[in-house]
Design a protein around this ligand. Structure first.
Ligand code: URP
Ligand code: ZN
Ligand code: ZN
Ligand code: ZN
Length: 512
């Protein structure tokens, strides 16, 4: 029996609050404004066995159907978070993030996110071992998930495993760390080899863009200056180092002629490199994350260590002004989709760095807060439309990772991953009421307009009346095929390039 109740979360088929009915395989969402990235209309949405069957006004159904009234509310595709780290280990420090595939996903569902793509870390550089470890971690999943795989070394085994993962295991993206020197950082030679392999497989290359050698030097400089507190973290790795690595990765991807995805764009410096490349016609995707859009670095100077340490992540949260520029870039399409980089630690773990900021585990929460904060900061402020909200929180991610329109849309045939947002209600964020296992929240006390009142995942009502009803094991692994739209026509560019090369110059043999 897998039915029990813990901290307001009902695990299993029955509801401890008695407000959510036991799972009905037929569902009708009536009278809401149904929003897709390309269109919105007042309509009903009819769901059967986890799949959207019909979207049109005034659908008539039998009485065995569970009906939800969405009049005056927005009915939208569930959020897809392209960037999370659940049960992520920092091997060198012997610690793991506090949210696993169950608690992290429960938090996600309470915040309107119905799928995430997590990063598989290889084990001693071995991709297959890493994949198997994450397959196991994800068995308790209560929502759908996919994986990216990090590449931390290069040899024939890695190259072969990349191919197996793409062709047999549903992986279509690989991440390269240009920072974390001595741990997972790769050099330019490896970037070139990795990008080339990605291109041949139709897999998307992703980069964590910071100059790791310079970061290392910057950290040593801070320690020499006697700056050991959390403020040493942003001081040691300024935005220019993010700009440099972003520009280098973009140029190397251009040299190889493969698309590039820059994860956690935190600064104007990085954003402008992406904008410039896109303007020149290069296929580069930029992913801002909620902490970069909604916070600034002033917290890192807070006199209380516990408070300041919460905000340590890499690349660092930047000074006031970067946040506003990133929001504008997202609003105008220079950046394409929003992630979280959810990588939650508790304050005991963060305290490992009490005497040395280099030992503070990097990462902030966000998986539960993303949908509300993007709504409040972007839609409520008038910066983006409701259709654009759907695009940047769900649809664009589904397109980039080649799972659209199964995900990212409210269309007949799509998975029934749906949220209902009430624009006239409001939300408050606190560690006391959030569903992450962390004892802190970087958005503590934050209030805003718009509240996700209902989350439906795979046709199941999992969040209603402020109560979660999730089933461990109900989440499915979503295999993602290679050669997304970002690869369309790339080979034509290669042919044009080859044709443009001059024939070898014939020179007479020297006689002297
Ligand atoms: O500080 C962060 N971002 N921690 C997670 C690992 C990464 O770099 O994405
Ligand atoms: Zn309960
Ligand atoms: Zn990263
Ligand atoms: Zn990350």
């Amino acid at each position: 029996n897998n039915q029990f109740c813990e901290g307001g979360i009902a695990y299993g088929e029955s509801s401890c609050g008695a407000s959510i009915p036991s799972s009905s395989n037929k569902l009708l969402i009536k009278g809401g404004t149904v929003v897709n990235a390309h269109h919105q209309q007042v309509a009903d949405v009819y769901v059967e066995n986890g799949i959207i069957v019909n979207v049109q006004p005034n659908i008539v159904v039998e009485d065995d159907v569970y009906v939800i009234d969405a009049t005056g509310k927005f009915v939208m595709p569930g959020g897809i978070d392209p960037h999370t780290h659940l049960q992520n280990e920092i091997g060198s420090m012997g610690i793991e993030t506090v949210d696993d595939f169950f608690s992290g996903q429960a938090a996600a569902l309470a915040g309107g996110t119905t799928m995430h793509i997590d990063f598989i870390m290889p084990i001693d550089g071995n991709l297959t071992a890493g994949f198997e470890a994450y397959e196991n971690k994800a068995k308790k999943s209560c929502m759908d998930y996919g994986f990216h795989v990090a590449i931390t070394k290069w040899d024939e085994d890695v190259s072969r495993d990349m191919e197996i993962l793409v062709k047999e295991k549903g992986i279509n993206s690989f991440k390269f760390f240009m920072a974390y020197k001595g741990i997972v950082m790769v050099n330019d030679e490896l970037l070139l080899q990795g990008f080339k392999k990605c291109k041949s497989l139709g897999a998307l290359a992703m980069v964590h863009a910071e100059n790791g050698d310079a970061v290392h030097a910057g950290q040593q400089k801070m320690i020499e200056f006697g700056i050991t507190g959390p403020e040493g973290h942003p001081l040691s790795r300024p935005a220019l180092l993010e700009g440099e690595a972003t520009s280098r990765a973009i140029r190397l991807a251009n040299f190889v002629n493969t698309p590039l995805y820059v994860v956690h764009v935190m600064s104007i410096d990085a954003m402008e490199e992406i904008a410039k490349a896109r303007k020149s016609g290069q296929r580069v995707i930029g992913e801002p994350i909620v902490s970069g859009l909604a916070l600034d670095d002033s917290w890192l100077w807070h006199p209380d260590f516990k408070t300041a340490a919460k905000y340590v992540m890499s690349p660092p949260i930047r000074s006031k002004g970067h946040d506003k520029a990133l929001r504008a870039a997202l609003a105008t399409g220079l950046l394409q989709l929003v992630g979280t980089d959810h990588c939650a630690w508790n304050s005991t773990q963060k305290a490992l760095g009490i005497d040395d900021f280099r030992q503070i585990p990097n990462g902030v929460n966000g998986i539960e807060e993303r949908m509300h904060l993007v709504w409040d900061t972007m839609v409520e402020s008038g910066q983006i439309s409701v259709t654009d909200y759907v695009r940047v929180t769900s649809t664009e991610c589904a397109r980039i990772f080649n799972i659209y329109p199964r995900k990212g849309a409210i269309l007949p045939g799509s998975d029934a991953d749906i949220i209902i947002l009430n624009p006239n209600s409001s939300f408050v964020i606190t560690a006391k009421s959030h569903h992450s296992r962390s004892d802190t929240n970087v958005y503590e006390g934050r209030k805003g307009k718009g509240k996700i009142e209902v989350t439906i995942a795979g046709g199941r009502v999992v969040w209603e009346n402020n109560e979660l009803k999730v089933v461990p094991g109900a989440g499915k692994y979503i295999q993602m095929d290679p050669f997304s739209y970002l690869f369309d026509g790339l080979d034509k560019k290669d042919v044009i390039y080859l044709n443009s090369l001059q024939a070898p110059v014939k020179r007479a043999k020297s006689t002297t």
